[in-house]
Structures are given as C-alpha cells and as structure tokens.
Design a protein around this ligand. Structure first.
Ligand code: ADP
Length: 479
C-alpha cells in the first residue's frame, strides 16, 4: 500500500501546532505496519540544505515556477518541495505582523499540484506512485479536487482521504482566484467549491475527497452541527457515511517523563519524586516562589480565543487570591499576549508568562506543573492534555472534541484522570479550578490516584495507525 501524505508542516522542520506533531509521528507508525508512506511538504528553510539531497526538479502544470524535490540524507521517504520565493521567507503562513501572506493560495496550490504529479507517478526521477493520497487540512484540500478532475477526463487516480485537523481554517479566497490558479469555473457553486461566495480550498477537499476524517470521534460529531460546523455542518452531515473520527496519538518517545532530555529530573508513574524536583526547578526558572505545596497551574498554547486563553486571563485576579501559581507559555493574539504580560507584572512570584515558541520549556512546564489548563471553546483533538496525562499533570478541560474523548472527571468516574467542565465559561472554569484546589489540598490521595491512572494510559500512535490502516484498506477495497 503506497500512501502519500500532503501537509504544510512537519515537526521538527516546521510546526505551528498539533498538525506538525501529527505529520511527524503518524507516517512512522504506519510504516511499522508495512505501509509505504511518503510525505510531501514545502521546504521553509529547515533543515539546512547540507542535510538534504536533491532528487530532481518539477514544473507542475499551470504554474509559473520551477521547484525542486529534496529528501533528507537519512530518510528518503520525506520529500521537501523547495521553491524559495514561495516558502523561504520566515513564517509558514504569516508575516511577522501576524498577517497571512497574500499569496498563500498560490503557495499552497503549488504544492498541491506537485502532489498530484507525484501521486500519479509523473515525476521521472521518482519511481513511485500513490495508491492513496492522505491530505491534511485546507492547505492540502486542493489535491483531492485536482485528482477528481483527472478522473473526470478518464485518467486513473489514487483514492483520496482528507483529514480535518481544525475546521476553523478553511482557506477561503476571492473567486477571482479560480482564474489565477487555472481552475474550472463549473464547480464554483454551493454543491462544489464555493463557500458563501468565496472559493475554499478546504471545501474543495471536503466535497471531492473519497473519504474524510477528523482527529477525534467527538469532533467528528460536533462538526456536523450548526455551531462547530462553521458553515460546513450541512456538507459534513451529507457526508456522514464517509466521515471518520480517529483520535490522534502522541509521540511517546519525545514525550517521556522517564527519559525526557529537556527535564532536570525524571520520573515514572510509580516513582514521582523527580516530578517534585521538576516543579521546583520550573518555579525557579520562571521566577515563581519555589514551593512544592502550592498548586501550580500551567498552560502551553496558541494564545487565541479558541484555546480559551481569554477565559484564563480574565480569571487571574480571582485565582491570585488563592495559594495558586500560574505559568503560561504561548504566542498568538497580540492583545492577549499583552494582557498576560501585564498580569505577570502585577503578580510577581505567583504568575509567570513567556511569549514565544519554546519546545524545551513546553516539556518542563508539562513536567513541573500540577494541573494543565485547557479551556478550549472547541478542540479537534488537542495534544497537550495527553502530554499532561503522561507527565502526571492533571488536565482541567472544557468537555469538547478530543478533550471529552481523553479526559474523565475524577468526581464522575472511578477511573478519572482530570477535571472536566461545561460550558466553556469563566464561572465553570473558576468552579472547576476551585474543585481541583480542594482535591489537591484536602484529598491528595485522590489526586495521586488520578495521577497514576493518567500516567499509565497508552496514548501512543500505534492505536491510531491501526485505525488509519483499516480505513485505507476499506477505501482501497472500493467498498
Ligand atoms: P493546536 O494544534 O490547536 O495548536 P494542540 O494541542 O493539538 O493544539 O497542539 C499544540 C502543539 O503545539 C503541542 O505540541 C504544544 O506543546 C505545542 N505548542 C503550542 N504553543 C507552544 C509554544 N508557545 N511553545 C512550545 N510549544 C507549543
């Protein structure tokens, strides 16, 4: 079974969020099941070209630029598409001011066109064609559509699967783009690629891919509703039979508290002494008062409304009246960043904020805190709550999407591994933090029991890979 992954990011080369982690981990797990998975993604300047090997040049149809396909010297299953004018400019999707690059449609259409050439075995320097294209998010939404256009003219083509990692990002652009991208106008209607007057990459994929998936069973249900369907609920309902929810895994090698190189001390489910050391080290690193008895809350997140960062910040003055400390790491919305920094100034020793993307600190936060805050308004899957579970940091989550599928409230479930609240309101979050505080201080045995349960859970990619394998088989059998 030959599968091409098409995506816009892959850790550690490029990552703005969970998608980068998924693309870093899932192909390897699928390969260990015997599936020949190759990955195509744009080359944004990492890794250095001295670590790469040039395989050949490409000039996809209806595009003006030449590109190059490079592979890693050590791994020839990852194909980097190099087109410096499009991709090597610092910022995968946006400029430094946080605005989307104006030519994003051209940039991502380009890699989609290359994917089609690769899938169809039309790159002469690669003796390979795909049985299945697995496209990810709007940036890869055009390829299933382009392949569907090929079958319209009678050409054979691979099966196509589009995975939705976040329905909020739909790749919507002005309809004039159809001309620029040399796409036919006949599909520009509500049953095709049109979304409320604009042309949407994501919708093109959702309409024309053979199957759709998203990254948790709950999110697969939620996106068929008005609220979280974000204008695409009706379409997703109509494709219900082809829509699968497969929960993401996490990279249990990179996120392993027993051997994590970013941590000052290590620990396991049965010996958590190292976790206390990590807590004190984190408090010291962040300028908080070092004290293992204080409930230390943490959040590592894109600072955007989706993640409920505003709910947490609004609650800070109230929280700071309690023996609670809070550490935040994130980037995103400028107003939220400023608000967070102002609050950290106001509560020195009790609240610390780092603006930026810092992988090592993210690991040290997961290890050093007692509880992780994830009040996302919606959450396709979420990885941080699973990292938290593995590091014995109890997640406090809004019960939505993948959070509802991975976290069980310890007051409602004997096998509880965290705290769950609904709705995503400031009051519900406040009450739940108060509940967590009570358990931490007065029923610590229950806290510890939940930590053990959490740390022993298996969230590896293996399970997800088996589910994708059976979906691929189902698609290829033509059933
Ligand atoms: P999303 O993809 O919606 O941003 P996820 O929870 O699925 O959310 O994945 C986020 C990933 O990005 C996690 O691996 C998380 O640790 C990481 N991350 C987010 N913000 C930062 C940051 N500021 N520094 C380091 N890692 C971050």
């Amino acid at each position: 079974m030959r599968v091409l992954f098409l995506a816009s990011e892959m850790a550690p080369f490029s990552k703005t969020g969970g998608l980068g982690d998924v693309i870093a981990a899932l192909p390897g797990s699928l390969r260990s099941l015997g599936i020949d998975v190759r990955v195509l993604l744009p080359y944004y300047g990492y890794p250095k070209r001295s670590e790469l090997r040039l395989l050949g040049t490409v000039h996809p149809p209806y595009t003006k630029r030449l590109g190059e396909i490079w592979s890693l010297g050590t791994d020839d299953s990852i194909y980097f598409l190099r087109q410096p004018e499009y991709y090597e400019r610092g910022g995968i999707y946006q400029n430094a001011a946080g605005q989307d690059w104006e030519d994003n449609p051209e940039r991502f259409a380009y890699v989609n066109r290359v994917a089609v050439e690769l899938c169809q075995g039309r790159l002469p320097f690669l003796d390979w064609r795909a049985d299945l294209l697995h496209a990810h998010d709007w940036q890869a939404g055009l390829a299933p559509y382009l392949l569907a256009l090929e079958s319209r003219i009678g050409a054979p083509r691979p099966k196509t699967l589009l995975s939705i990692h976040n329905l909020a990002y739909q790749g919507r652009f002005a309809p004039e783009l159809l001309d620029i991208l040399h796409l036919p106008k006949e599909d520009f209607h509500p049953g095709g690629v049109e979304l409320y007057g604009s042309f949407s990459f994501l919708k093109a994929g959702l309409v024309f891919a053979d199957a759709l998936s998203t990254v948790s069973p709950s999110y697969a249900r939620e996106i068929q509703e008005e609220d979280l369907g974000m204008g695409l609920g009706g379409l997703l309902r109509s494709r219900q039979q082809d829509l699968y929810g497969i929960l993401n895994g996490i990279d249990v090698t990179r996120w392993n508290p027993a051997a994590d190189p970013y941590l000052p001390a290590h620990f396991t489910a049965h010996n958590r002494q190292g976790k206390t050391q990590c807590k004190i080290a984190l408090q010291t690193e962040m300028g908080l008062i070092p004290d293992p008895q204080t409930l230390l809350l943490g959040m590592v997140s894109r600072m955007v409304e989706q993640k409920g960062a505003d709910l947490v910040l609004a609650l800070v003055p109230q929280l700071m009246e309690h023996p609670i400390q809070l550490v935040l790491l994130g980037t995103g919305d400028l107003a939220l960043q400023e608000q967070a920094q102002r609050l950290a100034w106001q509560y020195p020793g009790k609240m610390a904020v780092r603006i930026g993307f810092d992988e090592g600190l993210a690991h040290r936060i997961e290890a050093g805190i007692d509880a992780f805050l994830m009040p996302s308004r919606f959450e396709p899957c979420g990885l941080n709550q699973m990292y938290s579970l593995r590091y014995g940091s109890l997640p406090i989550v809004h019960g939505t999407g993948g959070l509802a599928d991975t976290v069980r409230d310890l007051h409602q479930d004997q096998r509880g591994n965290g705290f769950v609240f609904r709705p995503a309101s400031q009051e519900a979050l406040a009450q739940t933090i108060a509940r967590a505080e009570r358990v931490f201080h007065t029923e610590n045995w229950q806290w510890q029991a939940a930590q053990t349960i959490a740390m022993q859970e298996n969230h590896s990619w293996q399970r997800a890979a088996l589910e994708y394998q059976s979906l691929y088989r189902h698609l290829l059998s033509g059933a």
